[in-house]
Design a protein around this ligand. Sequence first.
Ligand code: 13P
Length: 340
Amino acid sequence: MNVQKLIDTARTLVAGDKGLLAMDESTPTCNKRFAKLGIAQTVEARRTWRELILTTPGLGEFISGAILYDETIRQSKNDGTSFIKLLTDNGIIPGIKVDTGTKDLAGHPGEKITEGLDGLRERLSEYRQMGAGFAKWRAVITIGEGVPSRGCLEANAHALARYAALCQEAGLVPIVEPEVLMDGYHTLEQCALVTEAALHEVFGQLFRQRVLLEGMILKPNMVLPGIDCPIQADVDEVADATVSCLLRAVPGAVPGVAFLSGGQSAQLASARLNAMNVRWGSKAPWALTFSYSRAIQQPALDTWKGREINGAAAQKALYHRAKCNSLARRGEYREEMEKP
Ligand code: 13P
């Protein structure tokens, strides 16, 4: 294991004003999003969409790494240039989602476990040879009546730690993603308690599996009230609840925290990240950045609608979201920037 290389890659991913672009939707998830907009659910349509994203002029100004999916990492531009080369030439590190999705956790109704450890060592080695610099694994935690259970938190944290150790062995920086879902009626305080408990479990397991904290990135949820909670929180409350929670549970050796967007609107995802950097940026031991999928891609996808004629406008929308999130890293994002 080349420790210095892992540390350098992790630091590069969260350096400057950049963040990560998650474009690792599985085929069923990508198809679901396409279906809503009447876009054909074919390999070629998915390839075209991903080519549009990756050829957005100037994307590398704001994006340090792009998380791909197994189908995508093997694909190329129309002219034959591989997506990996396209990324690398633009100074963007290619990454790869390596979990194989969630299944019901036996004996735990309503809870999920993420799978994908079997054969992972061999898959990581192949991705490394293809040119990936980092990987991602997502665990899902639901808040509801009597959940999450201790068993669910432990099983998911253990899988995340096994995955992270295997990544580092292969020379890949692990993005460790324990996502507490926004779905439900829970309050901001309940989300804070569950997120803190989940993170404590994750870092306990990472320690036991001998994961080098300096060579990983944490990808957590923001601390938010459930989407159906009658009491919603303002931007500053979310920023304070999120960073306070992380300060209690995330060791300062971790170089960066790159949030998922989790279904919040693109503008809120920028505003909340901005507030965290304005209010906590100088006090937090880790970089506070983004690793958004929907909050970067969705406005562009809504513009594109699968039609070539909309391509340039879609790339403009994507560039705009990447830029807004980069400004949010510096605490310089403003609502007025959203006006056309
Ligand atoms: P969202 O930003 O859409 O939540 O996606 C991030 C991600 O990578 C989910 O695993």
